[in-house]
Design a protein around this ligand. Structure first.
Ligand code: ATP
Length: 235
């Protein structure tokens, strides 16, 4: 019986002989935001890629919206939006062409209107017809957000979503994240910034030695206490 919107059970992954995830158990209810913390190389990206259906677990299970990853990967992919380290965009296409391409891939209805709406939301409407190859890192990241939201995903995975964004871009990313979850969307995001995790997460999770080493509700925590726990658990 699956209750949470996202449910992960005993998930394991190794690269060659190296175990990266050694049995992850996590539950995230619908509409909640979870911050995933961990040292460099702890396996945060590995976990997100498996949830996005881009990489396979060695064992264990992932359920999203009651669907199981092994049998329903395609359906799950249509429910998930992913802002990753790589933007998954075509440099030789314009911003609008990229969104139309992904719109077609995901079967988005009225894709042109939806693409236009998202370009406005991320502040790229004036650059819509420019090639991505001419974009700065920050503009690419804004377009990656638009791509991730295009098909109205119900689970949003954000791998250090503030990377490359300036202050204004950061404020935009925060606004998008909050609005998205207020509309019922579920969010799992990674960050190295403890303040950000506390400010934007409902749940804080710390990953260490391939396991969930600590989990706590953000509203029961102060930054200093969280910093101490992070040092003990993660570093
Ligand atoms: P960071 O905070 O630096 O982004 P992370 O927590 O996201 O780190 P991962 O990128 O998931 O960590 O990497 C976990 C470990 O798995 C690292 O030791 C990394 O070198 C290794 N790894 C990741 N992808 C591969 C791969 N495709 N092949 C081999 N090893 C990999």
């Amino acid at each position: 019986m699956v209750n949470a919107y996202l449910e992960i059970h005993n998930l394991r992954k190794r690269y060659g002989l190296k175990p990266v995830l050694r049995g992850i158990d996590l539950e995230l209810p619908r509409g909640q935001r979870m911050a995933l913390l961990g040292a460099n190389g702890a396996g945060k990206t590995t976990l997100l890629r498996m949830l996005a259906g881009l990489s396979k677990a060695d064992s264990g299970s992932i359920h999203i919206a009651g669907l199981e990853m092994r049998s329903d990967a395609q359906q799950i992919r249509s429910l998930v939006g992913f802002v990753a380290h790589q933007p998954y965009l075509y440099e030789e296409l314009t911003a609008l062409e990229n969104l139309l391409f992904f719109g077609q891939m995901y079967g988005v209805e009225q894709a042109r209107e939806r693409a236009g709406e998202l370009l406005r939301v991320v502040g790229l409407e004036r650059r819509a017809r420019e090639r991505v190859s001419t974009f700065s890192r920050g503009l690419v990241q804004r377009l990656a957000w638009a791509r991730a939201l295009l098909h109205r995903p119900t689970l949003l995975l954000l791998d250090e979503p503030d990377t490359g964004l300036d202050q204004e871009g950061n404020a935009l990313a925060e606004r998008l994240l909050i609005e998205y979850s207020q509309q019922g969307g579920t969010v799992l995001f990674t960050t190295h910034q403890l303040e950000r995790a506390l400010q934007l997460g409902d749940q804080i999770v710390m990953l260490a030695q391939g396991r969930i080493a600590y989990q706590r509700e953000a509203r029961t925590w102060e930054l200093e206490g969280m910093r101490r726990t992070y040092q003990e658990v993660v570093q």
